[in-house]
Design a protein around this ligand. Structure first.
Ligand code: B3K
Ligand code: ZN
Length: 889
């Protein structure tokens, strides 16, 4: 396979104005008649028409109703001698085999229903087409299928006609009023039922909202519907973007490669992001559903109305839409503290997943320059870092300025396929006096340069002058294909805190405009400084409040300074961050001091006391406390080290958790009791936070009990597991028993399985908990191998495969990185097994060893062997081949 390069972009040689598709749906052999009207693109030199196809059986090609000559070039269908002037009609008749489509790209069967997934390049598995996002067409779709077996027939747009046919078959015709690229095409056919809601928008237009699920799942659709309604209202209120469809449908399927897909008017979702009930879904599930429903809905404007010119521009729609869904979730929060909690959670995802990606073999710019398989580039960099880039733009132009920029973006580009440059230009042009407008070319380095910038800060207090100077130096490490980087525009939100904890009023030297206790310093040079006047004593700098830029901040804080920030900064993000820094510092010290993590000094008294103060704090909310009291993850910790011994990292973190459990035992007990009675279940941020804190407390109490041999808390956990009236409390109690390896874990797991044996999504949790279980004696890998023999295991179902294999290889470092290399052997077996079924899922798993070069011996050598074992297989998919060769490069 060869690389596709952004620099090689050329406009299409033909436009496809209309597409009329006729499907005769049959799992074994579906017939597809594709009737298109095309014309040459006058801006491009005359050339042959090359249509993309993949695993299709071609039966017939007609041009203007007559047979014509064509040839195949690899998988492309090539037509020469097409009419030179005006429009012509091209008819292509193909068949495909949905029942055998285990890649879940194109048209496939799940649970005896038909679904499609076309983004990025799945439409070519349905028919021959110009499968690229800058070709936008009007679609009309005729679906025909057996009526009893497939009573519901759906596609994009409006249902214009339906009726019965001979032999028990029926049909439905759908016409999409909006032009779209083919990656947004969808069809669904099967036995489904819908929750429906009619709404009237502000502009008086009526819409029908529908959530389609299997008949037994109707009772789990209320939350998704409410989330959809909130999304419609929010986009209109915040950005003036109204729903442009009479009918908006969401359909759930249990076989899906990712979370969901924003097909125009017919979003297809993984059941995981639709179905929820108090009994089966956790608070986190409820929150995820709200944000994914929002995300897909927001794509209707950012992605569908304005789409990407080419796949290198993917972050144009993904970064922007993640930013929008993050803002949506924050705006739904009842208070500023809940907003901050959401921000901290988003930053945690960025730093534990995207920072390692940016430092590893798959590092790529937010707008990549080349790829072999585009599906490998649906990454945390495109999504989460892309969202941070959009967030920095909002920071630089202000919230109202950003909304103005969005309006201009739609005025200029609605209905077209554009680039990241077009977006940034619109935001800047709408705010001509902003820092963004002045710095736009430099700001756009965020799109072109990969790697996480490091921001080094130093503070100098001059007692005689009563000034304090902060000096910043930025740098960015080399990434594959690029050694040196130009300075970024870094918006640094900062303030100063006095030793007593009071925020200082900022007087900036040579700057009379700024007032108040926080300042946005926009850094553009490699080194820059800012001086504050009237500073009575050495202050504590609060830098990067709200995580105003996606950088790694180095500042040589003393423990006392961090304790001050933790207790007093006005910015909740920075308070949390100060606590994380203290824990990190102590962990790194322990890892350096003690080979097994056990003889380490551990957490100091001041830290323990500070954690107690947060836990017992009278006004901080529970969700925030839970975040502060959770130690940095093993993955994040490992990123801070040059050479990683995963077992040492694991042992160190476990020892720290045990110490926190032990020394705060009374406080945990108080926290558990004080946050346990919740009244009736509502998954709102406030009560979710209380349950999260109670859950953490219970896990700590069980951990302390394991050390002391006490049986009271495991008993209480079992009781709560049995009696809980919601999945959050029930699952937290089960997890507390399983992770501490208590003997009650076994009967609890058995009981959980029998209670929920008919609930796929709950069984996923059951599998994931065991595969992600804290390892004490190397017992997890054999357990994982046993789980894969369980009657409910199915490698073909991505959710189930992820629940076992990914939970072990990607989310359980202490169990996966075994000195005997057995974890890596397992990984290589599973990558190969999955690759034969579903390359996209396999390539995700392949990335579990991305950071192998950082590992200490013997892990490093055995990881390399495992990678080579996979690389040695001749018939690898492009997806896996690309990931593995980059890892080994
Ligand atoms: N746009 C889809 C992702 C498609 C992934 C293709 N491999 C979901 C989303 O980001 O909303
Ligand atoms: Zn998206």
């Amino acid at each position: 396979a060869t690389a596709v390069r952004r620099a090689d972009y050329a406009a299409p040689a033909f436009w496809i104005d209309t597409v009329a598709l006729t499907f005769d749906l049959d799992p074994a052999k579906t017939r597809v008649l594709n009737k298109m009207t095309l014309r040459r693109n006058p801006d491009v030199p005359a050339q042959a028409l090359r249509l993309d196809g993949d695993e299709l059986n071609l039966a017939r090609v007609l041009v203007n109703g007559a047979g014509c000559s064509f040839k195949m070039d690899g998988s492309q269908l090539v037509l020469e001698n097409l009419p030179v002037q005006g429009s012509f009609e091209l008819e292509i008749f193909t068949t495909c085999t949905p029942a055998k489509n285990t890649k879940l790209m194109g048209l496939y069967v799940s649970n005896d229903s038909f679904f499609t997934q076309c983004e990025a390049e799945g439409f070519r598995r349905i028919t021959y087409f110009l499968d690229r996002p800058d070709v936008m067409s009007s679609f009309s779709v005729l679906l025909r299928a057996d009526k009893a077996r497939y009573p519901v027939l759906l596609s994009n747009g409006n249902l214009t006609e339906q009726g019965d046919l001979e032999d028990g078959r029926h049909f439905a015709r759908w016409v999409d009023p909006h032009k779209k690229p083919c990656y947004l095409f969808a069809l669904v056919a099967g036995k489904l039922v819908a929750r429906e809601q009619r709404i009237t928008a502000r502009n008086g237009r009526e819409h029908l909202l529908q959530v389609y699920v299997r008949p037994g799942d109707m009772d789990k659709t209320e939350h998704a519907m409410q989330s959809l309604i909130k999304s419609v209202i929010w986009d209109e209120a915040r950005f003036g973007l109204a729903l442009d469809l009479e009918r908006f449908m969401i359909v759930a399927t249990s076989d899906f490669n990712m979370g969901a897909m924003e097909n125009k008017g017919l979003n297809v979702f993984n059941t995981k992001y639709v179905l929820a009930s108090q009994a089966t879904a956790t608070d986190v599930d409820f929150a995820n559903i709200e944000s994914v429903v929002g995300h897909e809905y927001f794509h209707n404007w950012t992605g569908n109305r304005i789409t990407c010119r080419d796949w290198f521009q993917l972050s144009l729609k993904e970064g922007l839409t993640v930013f929008r869904d993050q803002e949506f979730s924050m705006d739904l929060c009842a208070d500023p503290s809940a907003r901050a909690v959401k921000r901290i959670e988003d930053v945690r995802v960025l730093r534990t997943a995207q920072f390692p990606e940016d430092a590893g073999p798959m590092a790529h710019p937010v707008r990549p320059d080349s790829y072999i398989e585009i599906n490998n580039f649906y990454t945390v960099t495109i999504y989460e870092k892309g969202a941070e880039v959009v967030r920095m733009m909002q920071t630089l132009v202000g919230r109202a300025g950003f909304a103005k920029g969005m309006t201009l973006y739609f005025e200029r580009h609605d209905g077209t396929a554009v680039t990241c440059d077009d977006f940034a230009q619109a935001i800047a042009d709408a705010n001509p006096d902003s820092a963004l407008a002045k710095l736009l070319p430099q700001f756009k380095r965020w799109y072109s340069q990969a790697g996480t910038p490091r921001l080094q800060a130093r503070g100098d207090f001059n007692a005689a002058e009563r000034t304090y100077t902060l000096t910043f130096t930025q740098s960015c490490p080399a990434t594959p294909g690029r050694d040196s980087k130009e300075p970024f525009v870094i918006p640094i939100n900062l303030g100063l805190v006095g030793a007593s904890g009071a925020a200082l009023r900022l007087h900036i030297q040579n700057d009379l405009t700024s007032v108040g206790d926080s300042h946005l310093f926009v850094m553009t040079q490699a080194t820059e400084s800012i001086t504050f006047e009237n500073i009575p004593e050495e202050p504590v700098p609060a830098i990067l409040r709200g995580f105003s830029a996606p950088v790694i901040l180095d500042f040589d804080y003393t423990d006392a300074q961090l304790l001050t920030l933790l207790a007093h900064d006005t910015d909740p993000f920075n308070r949390w961050e100060a606590g994380q820094r203290l824990a990190l510092r102590s962990a790194i010290q322990s890892i350096a001091d003690s080979p097994d993590g056990i003889r380490a000094k551990g957490l100091n008294h001041a830290y323990i006391a500070a954690m107690r103060a947060v836990l017992r704090h009278p006004t901080l909310d529970a969700a925030f406390k839970e975040l502060v009291l959770t130690l940095p993850s093993e993955t994040y910790l490992s990123e801070q080290l040059d050479v990683v011994d995963p077992q040492r990292v694991h042992a160190t973190r476990e020892a720290m958790r045990e110490q926190l459990a032990r020394e705060l035992a009374d406080d945990w007990q108080w926290a558990f009791e004080a946050h346990s009675a919740n009244g009736s279940y509502v998954p709102d941020t406030l009560s979710s936070g209380r349950r999260a804190l109670a859950g953490l407390a219970l896990s700590m109490l069980c951990l302390a009990a394991r050390q002391s041999g006490d049986t009271v808390w495991p008993g209480k956990a079992y009781q709560r597991f049995k009696d809980a009236d919601n999945m959050t409390d029930r699952f937290n109690a089960l997890a507390a028993l399983v992770h501490t390896g208590h003997e009650l874990a076994k009967p609890a797991l058995a009981r959980f399985h029998s209670l929920f044996q008919n609930e796929e999504l709950v069984l996923d949790k059951w599998f994931a908990l065991q595969a992600g279980c804290s390892d004490r004696a190397g017992q997890v890998l054999p357990a994982v191998r046993m789980l894969m023999k369980h009657k409910d295991f199915n490698l073909q179902n991505p959710n189930r495969a992820r629940s076992v294999i990914f939970s072990y290889c990607s989310a359980n470092p202490g169990a996966f990185h075994r000195a005997d290399a057995a974890g890596y052997l397992f990984w290589s077996e599973q990558v190969l097994a999955l690759d034969a079924i579903n390359p996209q899922v396999a390539a995700r798993l392949a990335r579990a060893l991305d950071r192998w070069k950082k590992l200490a011996v013997p892990y490093r050598t055995s990881a390399q062997e495992a990678l080579k074992r996979v690389a040695a297989k001749a018939s690898l998919s492009n997806d896996v081949r690309e990931v593995i060769s980059r890892a080994l490069a």
